[in-house]
Design a protein around this ligand. Structure first.
Ligand SMILES: [Zn+2]
Length: 126
């Protein structure tokens, strides 16, 4: 059994743990992960991962010109890779090369706008 003196020596031998210090502006790892979860966006946005980026780069390398502009006889540099069938309708085709087409910014923006509008529009005749 330790007397008071020994007990104090034991305490003195305890590893000196500095209070875990977090630099100002930084978040502890767990909190940062939660913050990331909260802000990383919709399920659709979360799908844009490393594999997608590789796929996207491959499509742009293969077809550097906007496909829709090309159909109308225009030459425009592709800036985006579009899902021909939107991911919301066919998530399984997200990384299907056949469902990907290169588009210029204008065509991609127009197509996205049309898709979003279509989602809220009543079917013809309804
Ligand atoms: Zn275009």
């Amino acid at each position: 059994m330790l007397d008071e003196h020994d007990a104090l020596r034991e305490i003195g031998r305890l590893p000196n743990r500095p209070p875990s210090h977090v630099p100002p502006g930084a978040m502890p790892r767990a909190a940062a992960r939660q913050e990331h979860d909260r802000t990383r966006g919709s399920a659709r946005e979360r799908g844009y991962d490393a594999v997608w980026h590789r796929m996207r780069n491959m499509v742009l390398a293969e077809e550097p010109l906007c496909r829709l502009c090309g159909r109308e006889g225009r030459l425009a540099a592709a800036a985006e890779v579009d899902h021909i069938v939107p991911i919301v309708r066919r998530p399984d085709l997200r990384l299907d090369r056949g469902n990907l087409q290169p588009l210029c910014r204008a065509c991609h923006a127009r197509k996205t706008r049309e898709e979003n509008a279509g989602a809220h529009r009543s079917p013809p005749g309804a």
